[in-house]
Design a binder for this molecule. Structure first.
Ligand SMILES: *[C@@H]1O[C@H](CO)[C@@H](O)[C@H](O)[C@H]1NC(C)=O
Length: 443
């Protein structure tokens, strides 16, 4: 393994050099987004403004369910799993580890910063965690119960792992058979009850989920290629719009057969590296990040289909899972509602660091919103049709306080408790981080 790592890095660097001669300005942008020129500048924090959250190992995604004032995340829980088996990073070394180490859904109380692992009922399969989403159970008063949708990256039983000859015999067969799990959770309990699994050939390389109701959700496929050189091309070349978003409507919520009892269709084709997905500002808005382009695509829903309305929300780094922050204290002191964008600040290194338990990845978290003082200030519709967006850095780290980032959620602090200042706790999770953290930031 060790000897292949520098080779891969050299290959990526060589590809960059070649591309820089061929395509010019887009490459300038790509190098910026990958952090080629960037040195991390960790945001200074007082000791009391940093909380390391216990029992949050390798948690990818994070969502705030406002009605129950609860954060939800999905964590791998065992440090070694992620370095042995993680299809989203083309890591297929040890499929057997998933039977031994199992990930879980956690809740985090934003007041006490305490993480609670939910025990599964009705579910014995391995669970390799990635993106999730959470919606209220419509049959209960809001805040009492939720449905949690979660990606699960299982090994493919049709790939023959036993020795080189067997593997060669199944060479064209994907090594992962990823699927979606649906759980039901009654807030305040320590259980997540499995509702059903969903597997389909259109769900190929699932990354993140945006649920629009208890029985309908969107899921991104982040790559077309599961490995190899062309996968690197799709990471680097923004014109490689080879990924998509699919829509699933569950028809039979009690089906015990993963492949039956739902409708599925492509909701949005031809996206570059569709990665994070989230509900937006209104019921008909969904946002999808083109991760390695550093672009957040604002999409409009009509039935199951999505249409990109504009792609003018950008960051100068790769954008992982977005979250919409609805500022509950918007008023005279300003409205800080916007899209919280997390990403690696030096993604160019990920090819070499992601297999190294001792490495680290530097990170950035930004807030994208209409430009204050601009024509569109406070008016999303105006901002929608122009480039009048600002993407402002909220938090930066060199990887020592949090290793890697994949999601961030803002929980606003009542300005009366901060002498009128607008602040928030930013909860930050990392797909390679031993712990999630919460940091108090200025909005
Ligand atoms: C839903 O799934 C259950 C369990 O697999 C099955 O018994 C039932 O017949 C299905 N219902 C419909 C309407 O297909």
């Amino acid at each position: 393994m060790a000897s292949t790592v520098p080779m891969k890095t050299i290959a990526i660097a060589a590809l960059f050099v070649v591309l820089s001669y061929v395509v010019g300005p887009p490459v300038q942008r790509t190098l910026t987004v990958f952090g080629y020129w960037r040195q991390p500048v960790p945001t200074p924090l007082a000791d009391e403004d940093l909380v390391v959250i216990d029992d949050t190992t390798n948690c990818e995604d994070l969502h705030f369910h406002a009605a129950s004032n609860t954060l939800f995340t999905a964590c791998e829980d065992h440090l070694e799993t992620r370095f042995a088996w993680f299809p989203p990073l083309s890591l297929f070394d040890d499929p057997a580890i998933v039977a031994k180490n199992r990930g879980s859904i956690h809740t985090i109380d934003p007041k006490t910063f305490k993480s609670t692992r939910l025990a599964f009922t009705n579910f014995d399969d391995p669970f390799v965690t990635h993106g999730i989403d959470v919606v209220s159970d419509p049959d209960r008063p809001d805040g009492e119960a939720v449905y949690v949708f979660a990606v699960n990256h299982l090994p493919n039983p049709d790939f023959l792992w036993d020795g080189a000859a067997a593997a060669a015999a199944t060479a064209g067969v994907p090594k992962a058979r990823s699927r979606i799990e649906v759980f039901h959770h009654v807030v305040g309990t320590k259980m997540a009850q499995h509702v059903r699994s969903i597997a389909h050939p259109l769900i190929r390389t699932p990354n993140d989920i945006a649920a629009v109701s208890h029985d309908a959700f969107y899921v991104t496929n982040d790559h077309y290629y599961r490995g190899g050189a062309l996968r690197q091309v799709e990471d680097i070349v923004a014109a490689a719009r080879w990924t998509d978003v699919v829509h699933v409507r569950i028809k039979n919520s009690t089906s015990r057969t993963a492949t039956e009892g739902f409708d599925i269709s492509v909701a949005l084709p031809n996206v570059h590296n569709s990665n994070g997905i989230s509900r937006g500002r209104s019921a008909d808005e969904i946002v999808v990040s083109s991760c390695t382009s550093g672009v957040l695509n604002i999409c409009q829903r009509s039935a199951s289909r999505l249409k990109i309305v504009h792609s003018s929300v950008k960051a100068d780094f790769v954008i992982d899972n977005p979250n919409y922050f609805a500022d509950p204290y918007a008023g005279d002191g300003g409205d800080f509602s916007g899209f919280v964008l997390p990403g690696l600040s030096h993604a160019i290194d990920l090819g070499k660091t992601h297999t190294d338990p001792l490495a680290s990845e530097s990170i950035m978290v930004a807030l994208a919103r209409p430009l204050p003082g601009g024509e569109g200030a406070g008016q999303w519709e105006t901002a929608n049709t122009t480039d009048k967006w600002e993407t402002r850095l909220l938090f930066e780290d060199d990887g020592s306080r949090i290793r890697s980032v994949s999601a961030a959620v803002l929980v606003a602090i009542d300005p009366r408790h901060e002498g009128g200042a607008r602040k928030a706790w930013a909860f930050v999770t990392g797909f390679l981080s031993k712990n999630a953290i919460a940091v108090k930031i200025n909005l």
